[in-house]
Design a protein around this ligand. Structure first.
Ligand code: SF4
Length: 328
């Protein structure tokens, strides 16, 4: 690694990615890879914390996700891409780190609290869910990453990683840097129905969607509910279509808002303009991902190369950890 600083980030392979992932994660990664040594992890063990009974498509999901990453501009010549479960050293580090963090600390994690409220009784809560931040700490610390790009909801997890690193260094030897969070500014992107864009709500526009699918989906998007007739002035502030224009069509957004308010622009035309913008934005991504998925060996080779590189680092870190803990 160079002295640029190391970033580690990752995603759970739950299949193809949507526009929310593009603006929330991938655009940020694309910028970061210019200034840092970036390691991007396919977090397949993390996917098991909630999808442990749905593993049949995991290989395909990994390929789809990595094709989306590369299609969106993550460049394997600049960044290292690897699969978590191909690096068994992370599992060992996870085990060792789990000894020095208390159950109480993990139970206070706000994300965990939310999840147990959703899942209900104790018997439905996998132990892996409680341990999720420890596994994340192992991911970050094996690579000695000094920076972790996160959304606001992930901040408590990085705090746990910092606590673990500090405690390890205090108990044994100074092995780990305390990673800093790098908060990404993520614009709010609604789904087709106005709620947050999410695969589980069935309201997402995917990076892989065809031109026709995008046209259809944009057509279904909710607009200002008060605007009934073309001659009614609209209010872009309450319109999902306008939220998209603001993010993907910055140059025209101001004019569109004015034309909407003066009823000079109808919703059908406004949606057509958005569909064109999205189709232009996604054409390159779509072509690249299709090319990769037509020959998935290319994806497997990129991941194998990345894995080889990070395993070397993981082995070195583990050696230091074992020595610090007086383990052979
Ligand atoms: Fe929304 Fe555009 Fe219709 Fe205005 S013209 S309400 S911004 S879809």
């Amino acid at each position: 690694m160079s002295n640029k600083g190391t970033i580690l980030s990752g995603s759970r392979p739950t299949g193809k990615l949507h526009l929310g992932h593009l603006i929330g994660v991938l655009d940020n990664w694309k910028d970061l890879q210019e200034d840092y040594d970036c390691i991007f992890e396919v977090a397949d063990w993390h996917a098991l914390t909630t999808k442990y009974d749905q593993t049949e498509n995991i290989k395909q999901h990994i390929r789809e996700m990595v094709a989306d990453w590369i299609g969106a501009g993550i460049d394997p010549r600049k960044s290292t891409l690897f699969i978590q479960s191909d690096v068994p050293e992370i599992a060992e580090l996870h085990l060792l780190l789990s000894m020095i963090v208390s159950v109480g600390r993990l139970e206070r994690n706000p994300t965990y609290k939310e999840q147990i409220q959703e899942l209900g009784d104790n018997d439905s809560i996998p132990f892996g869910l409680l341990e999720y931040p420890v596994l994340q700490a192992a991911d970050i610390l094996f690579a000695k990453a000094d920076t972790v790009p996160v959304g606001e909801d992930q901040l408590p997890h990085i705090e746990i990683t910092r606590d673990i690193a500090r405690r390890f260094n205090y108990l044994y030897e100074e092995v780990f840097p305390e990673p800093e969070s790098k908060l990404a500014k993520v614009p709010r992107l609604p789904g087709l129905d106005g709620r947050k864009m999410s695969k589980s709500y069935g309201n997402a526009i995917y990076l892989s969607d065809s031109k026709d699918e995008i046209n259809d989906k944009v057509n279904q998007m909710v607009t200002d509910p008060e605007r009934i007739r073309l001659s009614d002035p609209g209010n872009p502030d309450v319109c999902s279509v306008y939220d998209f224009h603001e993010i993907f069509n910055k140059e025209e957004a101001e004019d569109i808002a004015a034309e909407c308010r003066s009823a000079d622009l109808g919703c059908v035309d406004c949606k057509n303009r958005l569909a064109n913008v999205l189709n232009n934005e996604l054409a390159g991504i779509r072509n690249k991902r299709e090319e990769l998925l037509a020959n998935p060996k290319q994806i497997d080779e990129i991941l194998a190369k990345g894995t080889q590189k990070v395993r070397k680092q993981a082995k070195e870190t583990l050696k230091e950890v074992r020595a610090a803990m007086n383990l052979k």
